[in-house]
Design a protein around this ligand. Structure first.
Ligand code: NAP
Length: 293
């Protein structure tokens, strides 16, 4: 049995592991995909102190190296459920069960779906949730990016160097994105804003060819990048942890949840600012708190 099991090897989980290992605890960090979490998808992080600009893969690669050097084990298995007993907490994966004294949930968030006609059908055939993964396929093409937050704007910036024409489609006039990135996008010659529009249908034959809006207007496009935020990734969590109305885990100042010996940190918590730096800070507190008796 380990001292601490951490669910998720994004910035929050990796930092929790770092602090727990430095406190002398044995740590297993579970990750179903590659370590790094959603941060890996960010191509230009300019608000992580110490780096003028760094891509998410390079930044999280350093975090992985650091926590592994300290002796934390990264286990590449997907957790499907949790068993909470009096003296221990066990995580169940497809083939195994692992137990520890404490659990830290750092499972982050997954992409929110647009839920319009054609979205599912054309995913992987022009519909994408990751500009840095799929942008390359649309060199000199026309693409739409849907959303008004930092992710959508960063995606537009990234795609503006690859695609011929980009439409930024947003459902209202105001944006959630930071002004600095909005101003950069406004200066781009190959970007057009399509505001106050909701997406009714994405359509085509074998691949995306057109996007139709609720107003009756539409655009011919080769790809649709959907960047409309994230939702908590807690499908495995079958224990009764207190959550906010929108499904994020409520924690106290020590990152302790409503369940004894269960902590949470990063994008999964009910905190407003969801950045790599805040995920790391919460991870540090969770790792430190869980290391105490
Ligand atoms: P976000 O900030 O929550 O923005 C989501 C956007 O999608 C909003 O503009 C929202 O519109 C729109 N939207 C939501 N549901 C929609 C729907 N069903 N149909 C159409 N549009 C919809 O999400 P995000 O951009 O992914 O960012 C998530 C967090 O990560 C934020 O805290 C962000 O600051 C942070 N982040 C930071 C960086 C960075 O600093 N480098 C980069 C990326 C992300 P409304 O505004 O009308 O609700």
């Amino acid at each position: 049995m380990d001292d601490i099991i951490i669910v998720g090897a994004g910035p929050a989980g990796l930092t929790a592991g770092l602090f727990a290992r430095r406190a002398g605890c044995s740590v297993k960090i579970f990750e179903r995909l590659a370590p790094g979490g959603q941060a890996v998808l960010s191509h230009d992080i300019a608000n992580y102190p110490g780096f003028l600009s760094i891509d998410g893969f390079s930044l999280t690669e350093k975090m992985v190296e650091q926590v592994k050097n300290l002796g934390a084990e990264i286990v590449n298995e997907e957790i499907v459920s949790i068993k909470k007993e009096k003296e221990k907490i066990c995580v169940v994966t497809k083939d195994n069960e692992y137990c520890a004294k404490k659990l830290i949930i750092a499972s982050g968030a997954k992409e929110r779906l647009l839920n319009c006609t054609g979205e599912k059908e054309f995913t992987g055939r022009g519909v994408s949730y990751c500009a840095s993964c799929d942008g390359f396929f649309f060199k000199d093409k026309t693409v739409a990016v849907i959303g008004g937050g930092n992710t959508a704007f960063e995606d537009v910036l990234y795609l503006s160097k690859i695609a011929k024409k980009i439409y930024l489609v947003h459902r209202r006039e105001g944006f959630r994105a930071d002004n600095i990135v909005i101003e950069k996008v406004k200066k781009l010659k190959n970007v057009t804003f399509v505001l106050n529009e909701c997406t009714k249908e994405i359509k085509g034959k074998d691949k995306v060819e057109r996007i139709d809006f609720c107003s009756g207007l539409g655009l011919d496009v080769d790809a649709v990048f959907i960047a409309i935020g994230r939702i908590p990734d807690l499908d495995f969590l079958n224990i009764d942890v207190k959550k906010s109305q929108s499904g994020y885990i409520i924690v106290d100042k020590d990152m302790q949840t409503s369940v004894e010996n269960v902590y949470a940190c990063g994008d999964i918590t009910d905190h407003r600012l969801k950045q790599i730096i805040t995920a790391c800070a919460e991870g540090a507190i969770a790792g430190d708190s869980a290391s105490k008796d």
